[in-house]
Design a binder for this molecule. Structure first.
Ligand code: ADP
Ligand code: MG
Length: 627
């Protein structure tokens, strides 16, 4: 190699090694990546030429050329797009542009590294050239400049840069194929790959061979029309899937899509996809989301976040508008009436698509829900107008089916026994905690189904969804939702008077910890539980606020006791005030533990428990507890 020598950034070297080894089984994708870069470069040129028309005054057709030279053992991918300046070459081909890539790579297991999703998703597409080439030479000239530069590397840790001559703007990527990769000199093989991955891009891909030093006739080998401009009737599922791969860099096939041309007051074409898998950064707030925006077939920007609300951020695709100005900026997209109207229409479009998927492909819908349900549920909170539609689309685990989040509110309501008044739910950090909650006992014994909610967003969901289909949603953990019968049985009337003094004493003994004590109808096996006061926020939400370091509107819970439990009979008959106090504290602490909470003083709990085990009762005088 001649020219000025530069070392690759360390991560780049590591990435190169990884890529060559792990992607070998899918090596043909190098061509997809290089054509995709060529297509991006042409998009950038078209966009820049809106302001600087002289950049394209040569009138040359914008295209990608594949030039095969069997004698030299090279394939060249040539474009007449924007090109790169010397500094751009260093920045783009010598480093990994996006931070986080390295950490992500390190966090992957060996198996996951085979996933070709890595390529492109992290801006590493260009390096895939080294899967098949032992030397890559890039000759490029930035549009509007006269100087050109040649970059060359064997992919082993360094590259060289030198000044060069190039008659016109654009980039040539010359692949010197490895000896065992000569199959990529076969025109048939190249045509096949281009048709498979790059048929749909809005740019002709032309193939020609060099024979005896001279370039032959070139042949257009793709259909060269932007997919979304073609009528639906011409397009197959494979076409849509291949285009999705190009657009999203997601190697799994999409679950569903909707392609629509709208004409009238507004004119635009939209093509929206629902992916099958969540990207690794779905929960990262800085995650890139949004659609691609085109104006009159010209690519304007990626990640136009204003085209969809945040709760639909999993949707991929594009909008091509005839109404927006070509020089539209991100700032202009905010508070733009045309954009608002398009967004409203797209929201409806996506919800229709999801309705259709839920109805006609329940298995695919389950896959969707598993990946993105928690995001969609944010819409109940954020968009009152769509609340009921999203509620219908929502799926939950419940005591009816706790293995899958497959229960819809409509299913739930259809199963409700006549005497059940409300839709009951419990929120907890884990499924196990929800299922084990003593609060559910009374509902279970009456045959009432309970929704088991474990996503964080569920706390907000239930606050914004007071009812569904005329049925109130009520928490099993709130004072409001006890299962008091309309008319008390004589046995219950007797218990009420029998336990009145105990309730009084418990309240005294636990002053500062509970608001009050009361008899419970929701407990069957457990002696006690804590419930939120009727008008307070849920106890779990309080805990979530506290964990986030925020001031929670804190309230004291209500201690509910189960009069049928032998422990309560025991407490009732305990006259000694000290012993009663210990038993009351134990009752309270175990209720805290049962709801997944933390004890204020675990050591005291352990002492009391041990003395109870040893003495049969916490006989304070006769047992010597160290400390
Ligand atoms: P990505 O395309 O995801 O950004 P790549 O590794 O494929 O990542 O390319 C890295 C960068 O190199 C591109 O973003 C672009 O700036 C530049 N680049 C690559 N190929 C070309 C090309 N043919 N013309 C102009 N710039 C290019
Ligand atoms: Mg790329």
């Amino acid at each position: 190699m001649s020219g000025e020598r530069h070392e690759f950034q360390a991560e780049t070297r590591q990435l190169l090694r990884l890529m060559i080894h792990s992607l070998y089984s899918n090596k043909e994708i190098f061509l997809r990546e290089l054509i995709s870069n060529a297509s991006d470069a042409v998009d950038k040129l078209r966009f820049t030429a809106i302001q600087q028309p002289d950049l394209v005054s040569d009138g040359a057709e914008l295209a990608v050329d594949l030039i095969v030279d069997a004698a030299a053992g090279t394939v060249t991918v040539r474009d007449n797009g924007i090109g790169m300046s010397r500094q751009e070459v260093i920045d783009n081909l010598g480093t990994i542009a996006r931070s986080g890539t390295k950490q992500f790579l390190e966090s992957l297991s060996g198996e996951a590294r085979k996933d070709s999703a890595l390529i492109g998703q992290f801006g590493v597409g260009f390096y895939s050239a080294f899967i098949v080439a032992d030397k890559v030479s890039v000759l490029t000239r930035r549009a509007g400049e006269t100087a050109a530069v040649r970059w060359e590397s064997d992919g082993e840790g360094a590259y060289t840069l030198e000044e060069a001559e190039k008659p016109a703007r654009g980039t040539d990527v010359v692949l010197h194929l490895r000896a065992d990769e000569r199959e990529f000199l076969e025109p048939m093989r190249l045509k096949h790959i281009v048709r498979k991955y790059s048929d749909h891009i809005g740019l002709p891909v032309r193939l020609r061979e060099v024979k005896e030093g001279a370039e032959g006739e070139s042949e257009v080998i793709n259909s060269a029309r932007a997919l979304w401009t073609r009528p639906k009737s011409e397009l197959s599922d494979d076409d849509y899937t291949a285009f999705y791969t190009h657009l999203s860099h997601d190697p799994s096939a999409p679950l569903a899509w909707t392609h629509q041309k709208v004409e009238g007051n507004l004119s635009y074409t939209s093509l929206l996809y629902v992916p099958a898998k969540a990207p690794f950064d779905l929960w990262n707030r800085e995650q890139r989301s949004g659609l691609q925006l085109y104006v009159k077939r010209v690519f304007i920007m990626d990640d136009a976040a204003d085209l969809l609300p945040p709760w639909l951020r999993f949707v991929r695709g594009l909008v091509d508008s005839d109404d927006l100005p070509l020089n539209v900026s991100r700032e202009l997209l905010q508070n733009n009436r045309t954009v608002d109207k398009i967004r409203a229409a797209l929201v409806k479009r996506v919800l229709d698509l999801l309705d259709d998927l839920a109805e006609n492909k329940p298995n695919d819908y389950a896959t969707f829900w598993q990946a993105f349900g928690a995001v969609l549920k944010e819409g109940v909170v954020e968009d009152g107008a769509q609340r009921d539609r999203i509620a219908k689309l929502s799926r939950f685990r419940s005591t009816h089916d706790s293995a899958n989040a497959s229960v819809s509110l409509a299913d739930y309501v259809a199963r409700m026994p006549a005497e059940q008044k409300a839709i009951y739910y419990i929120t907890a950090d884990t499924l196990a905690a929800a299922q084990a909650s003593p609060h559910l006992e009374g509902y279970r014994s009456r045959g009432f189904e309970v929704l088991l909610l474990t996503d964080r967003v569920d706390e907000w969901l239930v606050m914004h969804l007071p009812e569904f289909d005329g049925k109130k949603l009520e928490s099993c953990v709130s004072g409001a939702a006890d299962l008091a019968p309309a008319i008390e049985t004589p046995e219950q009337v007797r218990q009420d008077s029998e336990f009145a003094p105990v309730l009084e004493r418990l309240q005294q003994a636990l002053t500062g910890k509970i608001e009050k004590a009361q008899l419970s109808r929701r407990l069957v096996e457990s002696p006690a539980c804590l419930v939120a006061p009727e008008h307070g926020i849920s106890r779990r939400l309080e805990r979530m606020f506290r964990e986030a370091g925020q001031a929670a509107p804190s309230s004291q819970p209500v201690l509910e006791i189960n009069p049928a439990h032998p422990l309560l009979a025991r407490i009732k008959d305990t006259a000694d005030a000290g012993e009663f106090g210990d038993l009351a504290a134990l009752l309270y602490d175990q209720a805290v533990l049962a709801e997944g909470g933390q004890l204020d003083d675990p050591a005291a709990f352990v002492k009391r428990l041990n003395s109870l085990i040893l003495g049969g009762a916490p006989q304070r005088s006769s047992i010597i507890v160290p400390g």
